[in-house]
Write a protein that binds this ligand. Structure first.
Ligand code: ZN
Length: 106
């Protein structure tokens, strides 16, 4: 994988960790929805995506699926698999999986 795609995948893996903490907090408080961070590959993105916990968990069911604000997708590094009003679901290529799992150990 090229260095740019690797950097993008690494950022997305980190955002996923942040969102897992948000989900845990929302579940503890029994909220129906929460404001998750956009999981796009831009390390400086601070956009939030309001989603129900069910919608969030549906994305998380797939190891290589992430959600981003519309327009935040990076066509060279991922494929849009679902389009919703407030977010898009993207799928990472299989070769990104190892990088996505690295998380904060980088
Ligand atoms: Zn973003």
């Amino acid at each position: 994988m090229d260095p740019i795609s690797e950097r993008i995948a690494l950022n997305e893996g980190l955002f996923r960790e942040v969102n897992e903490n948000i989900r845990a907090a929302a579940t503890d408080g029994r909220y129906d929805d929460a404001h998750f961070v956009c999981e796009c590959g831009a390390s400086n993105c601070e956009e939030r995506v309001a989603m129900t916990l069910d919608a969030y968990c549906a994305v998380r069911d797939h190891k290589r699926h992430f959600f981003v604000k519309p327009g935040h997708e990076i066509p060279m590094a991922e494929t849009v698999v679902e389009r919703h009003d407030r977010y898009l679901v993207i799928e990472k290529p299989p070769e990104a999986e190892a990088v996505l799992e690295q998380g904060s150990t980088d």
